[in-house]
Design a protein around this ligand. Structure first.
Ligand SMILES: [Zn+2]
Length: 468
């Protein structure tokens, strides 16, 4: 009876959803997650390095590592000058992602909010831009492909929200209202299109999970150093997952038995213990020299750096990017090319020895791009640093008067990213047995070939992951 079976794939992306909550802590309280897990296959999904939204979703959907893609975060150096920074939106993605391959194979695709899909590109179907969309109202720069879909979306949900504006806020009531408003609109749209549009591949990514973790983790996690008892906020992440679970149940009821459903995240979440002020540290250690110390918190690119006495500088974010001031590469480089490797090793050893304010070793890991990627394109950092296994973030500003800070320089933020996200695969034609089958050893890049295989489309030879 399945002679003409039309296989379909639905990918539900939950940015930042961690295995600890979905698979362990709340497994029995989320009946719809549990339903797909119990009949499917599920496991931790290792993120890329760095484990952040850009590049993670593009790595997942192109099956290429960040070095091959040539971007290492939202912000990248545009060249080897000191000034040029670029933002990695869809224009930075020079390779096919799964919907490009599927479009060429004649499959109908719909993507909604997948990070790095603004500006949207032509597909055989619909592409709705991601959280990088600056405006949903500018017909000159449509956030959808085709552009006419902008109006269709407005007629369904009113003003569509690609993200929560100013999500790093102390006004948590506002934050929660905005998150629910955004998610409700997106899910209303997605449910309508899943039911009514013609598609072989449908993927959407919900950013609310990421925003609620960053904004409210200190209320959720009693071991957080800023944990507070609060009548509403303590349960806010838990309640949001219950709400999502109910929505996922409705979505599952809309798809037929030929549709394989994936629930996937790009990285996990963990409490943030504090920040390491990476440039303060470099100054203390004599690697970085400023012409004058700023009197208040100042971004490193606003500081007057004495390049003739600077060998190393760094950037902030969930991880640190470290740059060497190399002779012949940077305009005023002073590190001799022959000394680069020794300097990198010296920095790696010192970073990995960093202790917290109580003298306790925090377990920092330092990566050399050439050792972790197939190719190294664009302008990579010379070193990538995970402070304290990502329990500590990297703070790039100067003026803290210490290498430690417990306030985030870009606004309140309670959580950092963790290296492992989740994947659940539910193919109604394959019963994986009671409790489902636990998967192990999977990495983001395994997703794209798995989706293609599921849809019987050949996997391009340059994809770096393996189908599961
Ligand atoms: Zn993310």
């Amino acid at each position: 009876m399945f002679m003409n079976r039309r296989k379909k794939v639905l990918v539900i992306g939950l940015d930042c959803a961690p295995p600890e909550l979905v698979f362990e802590q709340w497994r029995d309280e989320l009946p719809n997650f549990k339903r797909v897990m119990d009949h499917g296959a599920w496991g931790k999904l290792e993120s890329c390095i760095p484990a952040i939204t850009v590049p993670a979703w593009s790595s997942m959907m192109s099956s290429k590592d960040p070095g091959t893609l040539g971007f290492y975060g939202f912000r990248n150096r545009g060249d080897y000058s000191y000034e040029k920074n670029t933002l990695a939106n869809s224009n930075s993605v020079k390779t096919d992602r799964v919907w490009d391959v599927l479009s060429r194979a004649g499959k109908k695709v719909i993507t909604v909010g997948v990070p790095q899909t603004y500006p949207p590109k032509p597909v055989n179907g619909i592409q709705v831009g991601c959280f990088l969309t600056p405006s949903t109202k500018n017909p000159e720069r449509p956030y959808t492909y085709p552009a006419s879909v902008m109006q269709e979306i407005e007629s369904i949900v009113g003003e569509y929200l690609v993200d929560v504006p100013n999500f790093r806020t102390d006004d948590k009531d506002y934050l929660l209202r905005q998150i629910y408003s955004m998610t409700e609109k997106r899910l209303k749209l997605v449910k309508k299109w899943i039911a009514e549009k013609d598609w072989d591949f449908f993927m959407f990514v919900e950013m609310g999970t990421d925003r609620i973790h960053h904004g409210l983790w200190k209320y959720h996690d009693p071991t957080h150093h800023k944990y507070e008892v609060h009548p509403v906020f303590n349960e806010s992440i838990h309640n949001y997952y219950r709400y999502l679970d109910n929505e996922i149940g409705q979505i599952l009821d809309l798809v037929d038995e030929n549709t394989t459903v994936f629930i996937v995240s790009d990285h996990g979440a963990k409490k943030m213990d504090g920040g390491i002020c990476v440039n303060e540290w470099l100054i203390q250690e004599g690697y970085l020299t400023l012409k004058s110390m700023p009197s208040s918190l100042t971004a490193i690119d606003k500081c007057e750096i004495d390049w003739s006495k600077t060998r190393v500088w760094g950037d902030g974010g969930y991880y640190a990017r470290i740059f060497l001031n190399i002779e012949g590469r940077e305009p005023q480089g002073i590190v001799k090319p022959g000394e680069v490797e020794a300097l990198r090793d010296e920095l790696k050893a010192k970073f990995e020895a960093i202790v917290d304010p109580h003298g306790v070793h925090i377990g920092t890991t330092v990566y050399k791009p050439r050792e972790i990627y197939h190719e190294v394109n664009g302008v990579p950092p010379d070193l990538i640093v995970y402070f304290g296994d990502l329990f500590w973030r990297s703070v790039g500003t100067v003026g803290h008067g210490s290498i430690y800070t417990f306030e985030n320089d870009t606004g309140p933020d309670d959580c950092n990213h963790a290296q492992f996200g989740i994947v659940i695969k539910h193919d109604p034609q394959v019963d994986e047995g009671p409790g489902g089958r636990e998967l192990s050893g999977l990495q983001l890049m395994d997703m794209a070939p798995t989706i293609l295989k599921q849809l019987d489309v050949p996997v391009p030879a340059d994809m770096q992951g393996r189908a599961f």
